[in-house]
Design a protein around this ligand. Structure first.
Ligand code: ZN
Length: 478
């Protein structure tokens, strides 16, 4: 490959160290993950981006079903009156709700909301379906789109319409609903770490940051390469708030009518944004093998030389049989151009097949995460590629974990907290629990309370100096 090829190519995306936001935009557009939709704030998820989403869906769906959930589908349109039934919920979502007022050439008697989330419509249905303790628990998940009108938008991170899943469960007791809330947070964490190779910090959110209508929200936070946090998923314990608003009642074993306890939990196409910003580098995307649309790409070197294309086709066939998602790039671009293209697109493993290596019974394998390459025996190529994909998956998580852990610091004062977040760190600090102090942190550092740490390791609130009720992870966030 010529150096020229390389330079021209890398120049297409902004420098990750000096202009992270531009780097992100360049990467998502140029690797054809997304394009902008004609309506401001909307995105088109292109095939390469959608394939990542399909892999995410497959992995999560498997886990939801293994924990006893079933999929269903609820309508996109929700009567506006449903929103007014839960006071906090309506207040929280009102500014973002898109409303349909006309249809069939007439003004509608009651305006209809395009779902920003489905607690209300599902609560309405559960009140019909749940009559007795025998009907509980109800464990349903929905894969759907939702709409939240946003003022500033960025592909995958914040768009007016996005794809997600939302689990909605109803239980006879508080304990069961709380167990469910924590169980699904655990499912998300295991998925984020083992499939997306993203280490996450899980914990409870403050009142200010919780879901509108929840008793308690638990989130998982991931560190991006610029040191900012991204909320990658949430699980809500809803108590009896929605049960009371929608009359989800059941006759218990003791003959008494009781309100059910509910939970809801969701992750969205935001996860694609998370994996881009957690792993990407100056060359572009680095996609973990479990969710990579293409896990290995074969690039012929000197394709016209005897045996090269035949060997490439055989490798492709063998890998496909072994269940590897593999592509053979037989276009007429130069090998150097292809290397850059597939590196930018984040394909975990590249297989270079050249006449000289073939004569020696070898091919070259390149791994995208470390950009290291080595010659391997052609005879064992299927096993070698499989082992390399496993290593890449595992090493990406360890590498991201080490990077994150090196960027977690503690602070005792607001000055220290500011210094930390300015340097792209997660800052753990004490908090007295009052809203004024939480607001003061945000006003003075632009950082927000992400989640509570498991243990309180601070004596004093970082703002007011009163006794700390919690240690909190503060960070600037997407
Ligand atoms: Zn305080």
């Amino acid at each position: 490959m010529s150096n020229n090829d390389n330079r021209n190519f890398v120049e297409q995306i902004a420098d990750i160290d000096t202009d992270f936001p531009k780097w992100y935009t360049d990467v998502v557009i140029k690797t054809q993950l997304v394009d902008y939709g004609p309506v401001k704030g909307t995105m088109v998820i292109r095939p390469y981006g959608y394939a990542i989403w399909e892999n995410i869906q497959r992995e999560l769906d498997k886990r939801f079903k293994a924990t006893g959930h079933k999929n269903a589908y609820f309508p996109l349109l929700i009567p506006m009156s449903f929103f007014t039934k839960e006071a906090e919920h309506v207040e929280g979502f009102a500014p973002e709700v898109a409303v349909v007022t006309h249809a069939g050439g007439e003004e509608l008697a009651e305006p209809l909301a395009i779902r920003p989330t489905s607690e209300t419509i599902i609560g309405n249905m559960y009140s019909k379906w749940i009559q007795s303790y025998r009907d509980l628990p109800v464990l349903i998940n929905q894969w759907a789109n939702v709409m939240r009108w946003e003022k500033t938008t960025r592909p995958f991170l914040r768009t007016s319409e996005f794809l997600w899943q939302e689990g909605h469960t109803a239980h006879a007791t508080e304990e069961e609903a709380m167990d469910e809330t924590m169980k699904m947070l655990g499912v998300y964490k295991e998925f984020a770490e083992n499939c997306l190779a993203i280490p996450v910090i899980c914990g409870r959110k403050t009142e200010k940051e919780k879901f509108a209508g929840a008793v308690a929200t638990f989130g998982m936070e991931a560190m991006m390469k610029d040191g900012k946090s991204l909320q990658a998923g949430t699980s809500h314990y809803l108590g009896q708030n929605f049960a009371k608003a929608f009359e989800i009642k059941f006759l218990d074993k003791d003959g008494v009518q009781k309100y059910a306890y509910t939970s809801s939990w969701g992750v969205s196409t935001r996860l694609i944004g998370a994996l881009i910003m957690a792993h990407g580098d100056r060359r572009g995307l680095v996609i973990p093998p479990v969710v990579a649309p293409v896990q290995a790409v074969i690039v012929p070197i000197a394709a016209k030389k005897g045996g090269v294309m035949e060997a490439c086709r055989k490798i492709k066939c063998d890998l496909e049989s072994a269940g590897v998602r593999v592509e053979l790039d037989d276009s007429d671009s130069s090998p150097g151009w292809k290397f850059n293209e597939w590196e930018m697109r984040g394909v975990p493993v590249r297989i270079e097949v050249g006449p000289r290596d073939l004569e020696a019974g070898k091919v070259v394998l390149f791994r995208r995460d470390t950009c290291a390459k080595d010659a391997y025996s052609l005879e064992n190529i299927v096993a070698e590629v499989g082992a390399l994909l496993n290593s890449v998956q595992k090493d990406m998580l360890e590498c991201a974990r080490a990077r994150r852990d090196a960027r977690i610091v503690d602070a005792d004062t607001l000055e220290e907290l500011l210094k930390g977040v300015d340097a792209g760190k997660f800052v753990r600090a004490g908090w007295c629990g009052c809203r004024e102090c939480e607001d003061a942190v945000k006003a003075q550092t632009a950082a927000t309370a992400r989640v509570f740490a498991e243990e309180n390791t601070h004596e004093k609130c970082v703002v007011c100096g009163k006794p700390a009720k919690h240690s909190v992870f503060f960070a600037r966030a997407y």
